[in-house]
Design a protein around this ligand. Structure first.
Ligand code: GMT
Length: 388
């Protein structure tokens, strides 16, 4: 490894889950931002990450190919990934591997590093996103291997102070750099498209939005419960953006409450900013959020957030200033807060303005990406001195 890594552009391998999920979105956006800043990024993943719409001479994608064989009841993704990480590192001279979501990515990266070790040392950085620690990682069957993967990483980052504390408590591993999630203020800005608004809501009606992967932890059905109370007092519509296991329950509740036509389940959408730009409020009633990327995206588009006071959400949404935080599951209180905000245009718009201000001041890509660059160079310097 050349030692001029303190200033020269880096060649970085990024691994993430490519599917609909916060960690894959953050990884893809990070790769794009790094490429814009002159680094070369090689994505190594099972398929093209959802937000990685364009590749370039600084942005590459390498698919993890898995051999199907009757003996393999479950395809060994982690081993195929380690092999591909090793191959890409050799062929393209990666300076480091940055993996998102500890399980099993940190373990695969560890294997790739060990496979390469006889020729050179390839530092591994793991970014913790949330359920890799709070759900998957703390499960007894995964705890020892998750702990091992994190401990073996040359650098570890977490997306919030909350997640750093949780990792420290659960795993006893506390040497973790907090680098919050970020937003590109150009891509995420309020640019309302009247024709899109008209598709979902008649003139004069308000729009509430929810974005998630509809996993039980997101409590998407709570949004319908909340909306059923709001719509009694405020003419409005609910946009449910995303897809996942709880979608059927959401649709069943919509029917049960007689809200068909008032609630639109629009599925996965590539242009989230378009939908946020026509929304008046975002509902995020999750049981747990290590960060709450959807809240940040909404804030950047001047949409106040009504969310559960959980995990890292209070680090993103300032209660009473950029949104309202309430106990998880308190549907009545969330409905009341939403109704009050929808009935007070001036207060809601002011909250929206403050939300964008906060998103840009604390979480803009201009502020956060240099933190990753500095951390990469710090880890590379440590590794070159033989200190892990
Ligand atoms: O739960 C999800 O939506 C997916 C999950 C992931 O890792 O793919 O999201 C986690 O990472 C996001 C990006 O850092 C955070 O914004 C989410 O808060 C976090 N989800 C949870 O902690 C439940």
């Amino acid at each position: 490894m050349a030692k001029d890594f303190t200033t020269r552009p880096l060649t970085i391998g990024i691994t993430c889950y490519p599917t609909y999920g916060g960690s894959g979105i953050v990884a893809a956006e990070l790769g794009k931002e790094l490429a814009r800043r002159g680094h070369t990024v090689h994505f190594i993943a099972a398929s093209l990450p959802m937000r990685l719409t364009e590749l370039s001479d600084r942005l590459f994608f390498h698919e993890v190919e898995m051999l199907e064989y009757p003996l393999f009841e479950h395809l060994p993704y982690d081993l195929a990934l380690a092999t591909q990480q090793f191959r890409v590192a050799c062929e393209y001279g990666l300076d480091l591997l940055h993996v998102h979501y500890a399980v099993p990515h940190a373990i695969s990266a560890y294997l790739a590093r060990e496979m390469l070790r006889s020729s050179r040392y390839l530092p591994v950085i793991t970014t913790l996103h949330g359920t890799d620690i709070t759900l998957v990682g703390r499960d007894r069957s995964y705890l020892p291997i998750t702990r091992f993967g994190i401990a073996q990483s040359d650098g570890v980052t977490a997306v919030s102070q909350y997640l750093r504390r949780a990792t420290c408590e659960i795993f006893g591993l506390c040497d973790i750099r907090v680098i919050p999630n970020f937003i590109n203020g150009e891509d995420y800005a309020r640019r309302p498209r009247p024709e899109l608004r008209e598709r979902f809501a008649p003139a004069g009606e308000k729009i509430l939005a929810h974005i998630s992967n509809f996993r039980p932890i997101k409590r998407a059905p709570d949004c319908v419960e909340i909306f059923a109370r709001v719509v009694e007092r405020v003419p409005s519509r609910l946009l449910m953006i995303g897809d996942g296991p709880d979608r059927a329950r959401v649709e069943w509740l919509v029917e049960r409450y007689g809200l068909t036509g008032h609630v639109h389940c629009v599925g996965k959408q590539p242009n989230i900013a378009d939908f946020l730009s026509i929304a008046d409020l975002l509902l995020l009633p999750s049981e747990m959020e290590a960060f709450g990327l959807a809240a940040l995206e909404a804030m950047a588009c001047e949409v106040p957030v009504i969310a559960s006071r959980t995990g890292g959400v209070p680090e993103v949404v300032e209660d009473g200033v950029t949104g309202v935080l309430l106990p998880c599951g308190d549907i009545e209180a969330m409905a009341q807060a939403a109704t009050a905000l929808l009935q007070d245009d001036e207060r809601r718009r002011e909250m929206g303005r403050r939300a964008r201000e906060r998103a840009l001041a604390h979480f803009s890509s201009e502020r956060i990406i240099p933190m990753y660059e500095a951390y990469y160079r710090e880890v590379l310097a440590r590794a070159s001195e033989g200190k892990r």
